[in-house]
Design a protein around this ligand. Sequence first.
Ligand SMILES: [Zn+2]
Length: 126
Amino acid sequence: MAGFANTLHMEVNTVTCQEAERMVTPYINDNLSGEEVDAFLHHLETCKNCQEELEIYFMVDVGLKQLDRDSGAFDIAGALKERIEDSYARVGRLRTLKTLSYAVRTLAAMAVAVTVLLQFRIWLWP
Ligand SMILES: [Zn+2]
């Protein structure tokens, strides 16, 4: 996996987990520069912890916004996949989507749990 990254034509700025975690919210809100998005995605490809961090934040953020719009079924996993694909297109790099498909599978499972939590919120705070 590390070898794959080294074969890329252009060098990518690397970020630490701590830096990546700080980029999660700005990434979701689309407040990162192209270079930052690139570094962020690059980190996600090799770091499962930060992938999970992004999934959780994305799910909570998008899930709550969706709830406010009073929309029932919403494909959060699909939305995150689209977001990441857009980002890849934006930074103009072709990379493996293997990591991404792993992330989306995990997210799909977690989305079920969050749907239940959101439903509880509706019941408790109508
Ligand atoms: Zn990390």
